[in-house]
Design a protein around this ligand. Structure first.
Ligand SMILES: C[S@@+](CC[C@H](N)C(=O)[O-])C[C@H]1O[C@@H](n2cnc3c(N)ncnc32)[C@H](O)[C@@H]1O
Length: 252
């Protein structure tokens, strides 16, 4: 672990740097569709943050969603963003999920893994709260799959840090394997994160990425300058697309 991110501080600016309208998240609806089955149990959104996916998941899959989020400030933001009556957010963390055994239909874990010091313990907790055969659906970047994230090209020090700080796919498979899960899918999913480089610059300026918070301020300013220059010189204003990985774990 390279220092815990202070999400009490991050909450006020998180959405300005990270939120996306539901229609831009649609590639995730399509990618998740084969793994989501109707259930009377709620879908768990672990580390739900400001609720980027919570309401979308409830709408897409016609399901109740329970978000578990340790940061009070992120939970407050989620409550003010909430648009679906099917979403509930509670306090709690991955290593001690405050839910009963076998009480959730699926687990969704979006850009949270690199914040969890003990992944094997998180996996065991997920195994406990999930019903039989329920899958874990993970959206994350991985230390050994860095090429899909656009901003890493402007901040080489952040790229080096990400390679060490973000878990590898192999380490994730091992941690989840120890709790009785097996990998059934690994694919990259594209997401349009900004309509063009200028809008992308405005997003990155907010510094709402935990890895960018960890590099020094001069490094951050240098990368911003490079990005601003690239936006000025861009011949065509094309959308910026990131590719993050979807890992699906089933129960053995
Ligand atoms: C990058 S944000 C992702 C939020 C949301 N899932 C999304 O996709 O926008 C990471 C979230 O993980 C939460 N988090 C940090 N440590 C955690 C832990 N041990 N267990 C569960 N969530 C954690 C943070 O509070 C933060 O809200």
């Amino acid at each position: 672990m390279y220092g815990r991110t202070d999400y009490e501080q991050m909450a006020a600016r998180y959405d300005a740097g990270r939120t996306l309208p539901h229609e831009l998240l649609d590639s995730w609806r399509v990618a998740l569709r084969p793994y989501v089955v109707p259930s009377t149990f709620p879908l768990l959104d672990l580390g739900s943050g400001t609720g980027l996916f919570s309401d979308a998941l409830a709408d897409w899959f016609d399901t109740d969603v329970i978000g578990v989020e340790p940061s009070e400030a992120m939970r407050r933001k989620a409550a003010s963003n909430r648009s679906s009556s099917r979403t509930t957010i509670i306090g709690g963390e991955a290593e001690r999920i405050p839910l009963r055994k076998s009480s959730c239909s699926h687990a969704w874990v979006s850009t949270v893994l690199h914040h969890i010091p003990d992944l094997a313990r998180c996996a065991a907790e997920l195994r406990r709260v999930l019903s039989d055969q329920a899958p874990v659906l993970i959206r994350n970047s991985f230390g050994d799959r860095l090429d899909g994230i656009h901003w890493l090209r402007y901040w080489p020090s952040a790229r080096r840090l990400a390679a060490r700080r973000w878990p590898t796919v192999e380490a994730t498979i091992e941690a989840f394997g120890s709790a009785g899960f097996e990998l059934i899918e690994l694919e990259d999913v594209g997401e349009v994160v900004a309509p063009n480089l200028h809008a992308y610059y405005d997003r990155m300026l907010v510094r709402a990425n935990s890895t960018l918070v960890l590099i020094d301020d001069e490094d951050f300013a240098r990368g911003l300058k490079k990005l601003q220059q690239a936006a000025r010189e861009a011949a065509a204003l094309e959308p910026i697309t990131d590719r993050r990985s979807l890992l699906v774990f089933g129960q053995r």
